[in-house]
Write a protein that binds this ligand. Structure first.
Ligand SMILES: [Fe+2]
Ligand SMILES: [Fe+2]
Length: 245
């Protein structure tokens, strides 16, 4: 069994509230690292993409696990790359690959500079295609913006635009066993082009469904983590855990 931990929507912003939740989430995962193969962090690392926030995110995102990080609409390529990947051009999309045994993780940048909605640009799609050509037999693709609506009107209005671009990639590659993302601050499971699509809960907050409350944020919900298990047949089982403050 291959085990992937996923955290999303850390929203580092200098507050004790978010910092404490992030530390608790990493503590929960890191203290169980012996049973976990890899960690995915799927964007909105910071609230405002400032250098100070990104430096704090760099300190908080600490794990003995092989880790792939991508960015969300609250982040920005220049501040992320300056802090996390100083060797690349500051405006480069944040696309990274990791192969462990017969599983390849592909983490792609769905951020669209200056906008809240998402989009996979031509450079990122070309990178994804090239990676898939040499990937292991089982592939999980991670990004920030869901490519489908979720029954959350506000978040649905800023989902991944032109999802058929990702759909064409998924259709062409049966080895993709699951797609994982964040952005909605809501642990959720659905499908995309017939493959599992799993959203990690938000670490910093949970957003209300329309019938849960009139406010945007559901303040009664704790931080959460998703664990994606890939069994020997390539079937993906996702478990969610709440992490009390
Ligand atoms: Fe977020
Ligand atoms: Fe987001």
């Amino acid at each position: 069994m291959f085990v992937i931990a996923q955290l999303s929507d850390l929203h580092v912003n200098g507050t004790h509230h978010n910092r404490a939740r992030i530390e608790a989430a990493f503590g929960y995962i890191n203290s169980r690292a012996d049973g976990i193969d890899a960690l995915l962090v799927t964007g909105d690392l910071t609230d405002h993409a400032s250098p100070d926030e990104m430096l704090e995110a760099r300190k908080l995102i600490t794990s003995p696990l092989p880790t792939l990080i991508t960015i969300g609409n609250h982040d920005a390529r220049p501040s992320f790359n300056t802090v996390f990947r100083p060797e690349v051009e500051p405006t480069s999309p944040v696309n990274e690959a990791l192969t462990i045994g017969d599983v390849t993780l592909l983490s792609v940048d769905s951020s669209l500079p200056g906008e809240r909605r998402g989009f996979l640009d031509d450079e990122t799609l070309a990178w994804l295609d090239a990676q898939l050509a040499t990937a292991a037999d089982r592939v999980v693709i991670a990004f920030h913006h869901p490519p489908v609506t979720l029954g959350m009107p506000m978040m649905d209005s800023i989902m991944q635009s032109s999802p058929e671009r990702l759909g064409a990639v998924v259709d062409a590659h049966p080895k993709i066993v699951a797609l994982v993302c964040g952005h909605a601050h809501s642990g959720a499971v659905t499908t995309f082009r017939g493959r599992p699509l799993c959203l990690a809960p938000g670490v910093s907050s949970t957003l209300n469904l329309p019938f849960e409350g009139s406010g945007v944020i559901n303040r009664g919900q704790p931080a959460g983590v998703a664990f994606h298990l890939i069994d020997d047949d390539g079937r993906v089982i996702t478990h969610f855990r709440a992490i009390p403050d």
